[in-house]
Design a protein around this ligand. Structure first.
Ligand code: XMP
Length: 597
C-alpha cells in the first residue's frame, strides 16, 4: 500500500501529522530519522518538528541523504530548517520567535501547496529558529510580519518547507495545505479502515494459521477488538481468552467482562483471580514507573505460567496482544520520542517473546478511533466499542502513594500562583503531591495547584481554564491545575500512604458513582478518578475527577461538566464514609497527562 513516511524529529505533533495524512486517505507511518529508507511504496516524506536546533553540534538528520530522495518532501518547523540547512541555506536563532496564532501572507499562486487557500491566513507557530537565507533554486512562498521565509519551495523539484504547523487545527487552511502536499505525492486515496482490515486479516492468516492462540483480555476496547478480529479471521475455536483480575479493576468489572464475552457468543474463556498477588506486590511502592514495571512483570509471570503448562502439550502457540500505535511510540518506540511511560505490553519479557516470534499485534499500526472503526466493522455492540479506555495497571496508577509528609515548596512560587489566581478573582494554593505531565516533548513530575472561589460566587469554566493555562505557563514547579467546587478552608495534608485494600475499595466505590452518573455522556472520552495521599482535618481521603475529551489520548481537552451534575456527583461521593475534598482537574494534555501517574 502506498504510504507517506513521517520522520520523527521528536516534535509533539508528529502523531497529528500521521493522523491527518490517514484522514486524507493515504496510509502514513512514523520512523526514526536514521531509519528513513525510501522503499517502493513510499510516495512522500514529511520531516516533523522537533525540540533541537539545526545549528546544534550534533545535527539530527536523516539516515538517507536528502539529495537522494526522489519522492516529494515537506519539512515542517524543524523539518523546514533542516531541508534549508542541508541544501545550503542559513538558519539562525532568535531572529524571530513566534508562538501561537500568527498571520501568514501567501505570495499568491506561487506555490501549489497553498492552492485553494487565501492570501492572508491564520497559522499556528511555535519556533525560536528561522530560515534566514534560502539555498539556490528555492523561492519564498509565504511570509509573516516577523519571518520573511515562513514557507518555501524548490523551483523545479517537489520540495517544500513551512515554518508553521499545518497539522494543528488552529492553522485555518492546514488541512488543505496537507491535502495539496498529498496530491503532489499521489492521486490514490485508498487508505480506510475497511481496506486495512483486509490486509490485517491476510497477515493474521499467514502468521497464525494452524497455531493455538491465546489472548489476555483486559476489558478495554483494544484487546476486545483484537480478540473479535482474530476470532473472525482464524475461527473462535482456535483462540482462548484469558482475563486476569488484578484486584485493580473497577467495581465488579471482571465479572462483567466475562459476562459480555459470553453474551457475544465466545466460549473459550478463563478468569484468573490474581488480586492478592498483584496487591501485595505493590505494597509500599510509591514510584509510578516502578508500579508499572512490577505489575507488568506479574502479568507476564502469569502469562508464562499459563503458557508453560500448554507448552508441554503443544509448542505451537502464539500470543495476540491488542497493542495500538501510540502505545508503541510512547514507550520510546521511536528514538526521538522520550519514554513518557512504559506500557506493560512492552516490558522486557514481552519483548523477549516478540523476538522469538511468538507475539502478534494486529492493531499495532492503528490509532484508537481506527480500532473503534474496526470494532464497528466487526459489528461489536456500540457500548463496548465506545467503552472509555482503562489503563492496563488499572487503579494501581490512580492510587497515588507517598513515603513523605511534606514537600518543600518555594514561597516565591506560591506568591506567583496566588497573584495570578487573584487576577481572576480566584483563590489558590499548591498541593503537596506531584503528578506526571508532558511539556515540550518531555515527561515532567511537578505539583498541582488548587483553585477555588468565594462561597456563592459564580463558577466559570472559561475563566478557570484561562487562569490554569497562565499558572502553568508561568510557574516553573507546577504542571497541573484542579478546582475545588467548594471553598477550601484548611489545606488537605500529605500523609504517608500506600496501596492497601481499604483505599482500593473506597476508590472503586467513588469511581463507580462517577462512571454511573456520567456513562451516557459521549463527549467524555475517558474519566480517571484518582485517589490522593492527601487527607482533610478529619482524616478523610481526597479524590480527583479527570473527565477529558480526546480522540486518541495524544492530546486532551477538559470536559466542562454541567454544574448541577457535578454537584450531584460530589454529594453522592461525600455520602461515602472516608471521603474528603473532591477536586476537578482542569489541565489540558499537554501540559498534563491524562493519568496522574
Ligand atoms: P497519559 O496519562 O499518558 O495516557 O496521557 C494516555 C492514555 O494511555 C493510558 N495509559 C496506559 N495504558 N498502560 C496502559 O495500558 C499504562 O501503563 C498506561 N498509562 C496510561 C491512559 O489511560 C490514557 O488513555
Amino acid at each position: 500500500m502506498e504510504k507517506i513516511v513521517i520522520v520523527d524529529f521528536g516534535g509533539q505533533y508528529t502523531h497529528l501529522i500521521a493522523r491527518r495524512i490517514r484522514e486524507i486517505g493515504v496510509y502514513s507511518e512514523i520512523c526514526d530519522p536514521e531509519d528513513l529508507l525510501i522503499k517502493k511504496d513510499t510516495v512522500g516524506v514529511i520531516f516533523s518538528g522537533g525540540p533541537q536546533s539545526v545549528n546544534d553540534k550534533d545535527l539530527l538528520t536523516t539516515g538517507t541523504n536528502i539529495k537522494k530522495i526522489r519522492v516529494p518532501i515537506l519539512g515542517i518547523c524543524y523539518g523546514h530548517h533542516l531541508i534549508a540547512k542541508l541544501m545550503g541555506g542559513t538558519v539562525e536563532a532568535g531572529i524571530s520567535r513566534e508562538f501561537g496564532n500568527t498571520g501568514l501572507h501567501v505570495k499568491a499562486l506561487r506555490s501549489f501547496l497553498f492552492s485553494a487557500t487565501k492570501t492572508e491566513q491564520q497559522v499556528w507557530m511555535s519556533h525560536g529558529d528561522s530560515v534566514t537565507a534560502l539555498p539556490d533554486d528555492f523561492l519564498v512562498t509565504a511570509s509573516t510580519a516577523a519571518t520573511k521565509i515562513a514557507a518555501y519551495q524548490h523551483k523545479t523539484k517537489k520540495i517544500f518547507g513551512v515554518q508553521f504547523h499545518p497539522e494543528v487545527e488552529h492553522s485555518v487552511y492546514g488541512k488543505t495545505i496537507l491535502e495539496n502536499f498529498v496530491s503532489v505525492c499521489t492521486e490514490k486515496r485508498n487508505w480506510n479502515v475497511q481496506s486495512y482490515y483486509n490486509s490485517i486479516a491476510d497477515e493474521l492468516k499467514a502468521a497464525a494459521r494452524g497455531k493455538k492462540l491465546y489472548l489476555f483480555i483486559s476489558g478495554g476496547v483494544d484487546s476486545l477488538v483484537a480478540f473479535a478480529l482474530a476470532a473472525k479471521v482464524l475461527g473462535g475455536e482456535n483462540i482462548e481468552a484469558l482475563h486476569i483480575d488484578t484486584g485493580f479493576m473497577r467495581l465488579n468489572e471482571s465479572e462483567e467482562v466475562m459476562e459480555y464475552l459470553r453474551s457475544l457468543g465466545f466460549q473459550n474463556l478463563k478468569l484468573i483471580n490474581a488480586a492478592e498477588v498483584f496487591v501485595s506486590a505493590v505494597k509500599g511502592i510509591v514510584d509510578p514507573e516502578e508500579k508499572r514495571k512490577i505489575i507488568g512483570k506479574i502479568f507476564v509471570d502469569i502469562i508464562r505460567g499459563q503458557l508453560h503448562g500448554l507448552n508441554k502439550k503443544n509448542k505451537n502457540w502464539m500470543l495476540i496482544q491488542g497493542t495500538i500505535y501510540p502505545d508503541t511510540i510512547e514507550s520510546g518506540g521511536t528514538k526521538s520520542s522520550g519514554t513518557i511511560k512504559t506500557h506493560h505490553n512492552r516490558v522486557k519479557e514481552i519483548r523477549d517473546l516478540m523476538e522469538q516470534g511468538r507475539v502478534i499485534e494486529p492493531l499495532k499500526e492503528l490509532y484508537k478511533d481506527e480500532v473503534r472503526a474496526i470494532g464497528t466493522f466487526l459489528k461489536l455492540p456500540e457500548h463496548l466499542v465506545w467503552r472509555r479506555p482503562f489503563p492496563g495497571p488499572g487503579l494501581a496508577v490512580r492510587l497515588l502513594c507517598s513515603n513523605q509528609t511534606t514537600y518543600a515548596i518555594e514561597k516565591s512560587e506560591l506568591v506567583k500562583v496566588k497573584k495570578i489566581a487573584a487576577s481572576f478573582s480566584l483563590h489558590a494554593n499548591i498541593l503537596s503531591v506531584k503528578s506526571v505531565g508532558v511539556q515540550g516533548d518531555y515527561r515532567t513530575y511537578k505539583h498541582p495547584v488548587v483553585l477555588w472561589r468565594d462561597a456563592g460566587k459564580k463558577f466559570n469554566w472559561k475563566e478557570i481554564s484561562r487562569c490554569a493555562a497562565e499558572i502553568i505557563n508561568s510557574v516553573e514547579s507546577v504542571n497541573r491545575v484542579v478546582v475545588s467546587a467548594e471553598p477550601l478552608g484548611a489545606m488537605p495534608k500529605l500523609h504517608k500512604s500506600h496501596i492497601i485494600h481499604r483505599r482500593i475499595e473506597l476508590l472503586q466505590q467513588v469511581d463507580d458513582i462517577v462512571q454511573k452518573l456520567t456513562g451516557d455522556i459521549k463527549e467524555i472520552w475517558q474519566l480517571p478518578v484518582v485517589s490522593l495521599p492527601l487527607f482533610d482535618n478529619d482524616g478523610n481521603e481526597c479524590f480527583v475527577l479527570r473527565p477529558i475529551c480526546s480522540t486518541d489520548a495524544m492530546t486532551a481537552d477538559v470536559y466542562e461538566m454541567d454544574l448541577k451534575l457535578l454537584k450531584k456527583i460530589i454529594k453522592q461521593i461525600k455520602a461515602l464514609p472516608g471521603t474528603g475534598n473532591i477536586f476537578y482537574d482542569v489541565t489540558t494534555k499537554p501540559p498534563g497527562t491524562i493519568e496522574w501517574e
